[in-house]
Design a protein around this ligand. Sequence first.
Ligand SMILES: Nc1ncnc2c1ncn2[C@@H]1O[C@H](COP(=O)(O)OP(=O)(O)O)[C@@H](O)[C@H]1O
Ligand SMILES: Nc1ccn([C@@H]2O[C@H](COP(=O)(O)O)[C@@H](O)[C@H]2O)c(=O)n1
Length: 605
Amino acid sequence: MSALSPQPSSKSATHTDLQANKYIPPWTSPYIIGVAGFSGSGKTTVAQKIIEQINEPWTVLLSMDNFYKPLTPEQRELAYQNEYDFDTPEAYDLEGFYNCIISLKEGKKTQVPVYSFALHNRTGENISIYGANVIIVEGIYSLYDPKVLALMDTKIYVDTDLDICYCRRLLRDIVERKRDIEGIIEQWEKFVKPSSVASVKPTMYNADIVIPHGSDNTKAIDMIIKHIRKQLQKKSEEHLAHLAGLGRVVVPLKYDNIKVLPKTNQLLGMKSIILNRETSNDDFIFYFDRIASTLISEALELVHYSPAPYDIITPSGHRITDGVVQAQEVVAVNIIKSGDCFMRSLRKIIPEAIVGKVLIQSDSQTGEPQLHTERLPQFSPGCKVLLFDAQVISGAAATMAVKVILDHGVEESEIVLVVYLASETGLRRILNAFPNVKIVVGNLSAVEPKEGQDNDTDWWMSMRFIDARRDDGTPIFINVETDRYGLPTLSLRPMAVTLGKPDVGSPMADEQSRAVAMMSKFGCGSGRDLPISAISGTIMRAATVCDTNVAMTSTIMPNRHRTVNRAEPSSLAWIASAMVLSSPETVTAFPRARPPIASMTIVHG
Ligand SMILES: Nc1ncnc2c1ncn2[C@@H]1O[C@H](COP(=O)(O)OP(=O)(O)O)[C@@H](O)[C@H]1O
Ligand SMILES: Nc1ccn([C@@H]2O[C@H](COP(=O)(O)O)[C@@H](O)[C@H]2O)c(=O)n1
């Protein structure tokens, strides 16, 4: 289904929006906020308040302290005697600080040195930052360097009385930085106070916003948060509009890069089994695993092999000279959690496979996909990456996941997306952004719309909601999910949705109108008062498979359901935002026949 924009069908493929032909993720233009002020003025406290209240995934607080220059042993000795000046701009590695912000601004994975106030030095460790949507840079000289100022979207100066700063610093340095009181006073009088007045205070004129009285000034902080929220909303709308553009037909979808499993009798037979309500839980898992294995085997056909550098001697002594060996390392990446349903089969085929994970979830209101976390291994040069997702509908999450993998140094042509169910729109969106990615898919939506199916949306909805009504006609939301043991399972929830009006002027308005039309068509029309964006969220979240609990919608078995008792925030947020309401009397427990399998190894990068 298209979640992001109205899609012309393949027949009317005339649009040539070449600008759309590249994916720009939100982290290549992070929103950068600078917070300056005297030592002890409350910069960190204000920054933390902003982080709490804007509640954006991947907000990074970057302290300028990490960029103090490394000291020589002599300088460290001076520092221990409070004779070293840490309050002059020269004490900072301003170039390193600038390079770090530039690198983050360009969306690159960036190493930030860890600083120790106890050692007066860098610890030698680094923190790796990648994928930040918002970066708050805090430090006495964060509004000092014109080059850094040019990179900032909002510049804040926390203006607190110097005497108050002194008192707070005294307390903090004794408790947190393990300093003695005499040393703190000495350092204050000699270095901190003079530099504060002479060098820090003038940077106030570089600020867009000055907060008098620091973190106590809730009114000023609220205003700042409103301003930042507005800017972030604009940014998110641009991202969504950009993703929508990628779904438009630039050129007709090229099938050279897409391998759809042929509808052989064997495959159709397995699908018939898993769709049959009489099928046992064990058989359901067994046959799903078999389909997953077929998909993985297809993907592995794309792995490079080369002639064996040795002759093979068989047990009966024959020499074989044309053996081949795998010439490429294979790494798996899951879009969690739906991609997990492939892992059992992957383990059988490549037991030693390294598995990385990305968590991409869509915003409950706008449907914008957001990168929440990534745990990826170090990809060796030239390796093949199999990217797993249960379904690709809008393609937004998969597009984002591909970008994350590319940012980690993998060649575009070496990425193979393995997906059970996909819409043409979603695949087009991915290939418009990344034309060299390969895709192996189990079930692809009709290329030409069928009679009565005007687009991918209808196809997707019918696949998803097939057979999904109670006797009284109430629609029921059914999903095959990956459960906490990594096994495919089903959930079943009744739906109640209120249809509202699209948000006028929003880039999603057309999409929302379509969502309303679609939902009414499928019998959803009554329920609670909700803004339309929440309904759109239902469609979008499910569509982009950003919800971690959604998987394999086409393998629907109405008799297989289980108690919805999860407490994962993502699940709760999803249920709330999507207004897919659980009602205990219709959700029954499904006894698990198998013991849990061992959990997967996650390799940290
Ligand atoms: N409004 C406030 N009232 C009382 N204490 C505060 C206030 N704001 C910050 N502090 C405390 O003052 C100390 C310095 O604050 P911090 O935010 O770390 O300042 P900075 O980052 O500017 O050096 C911390 O111990 C913090 O808890
Ligand atoms: N080894 C160090 C390094 C820095 N300082 C002091 O920290 C102050 C800056 O940090 P804030 O969080 O207070 O903004 C700065 O005034 C330095 O004097 C230090 O004491 N020891």
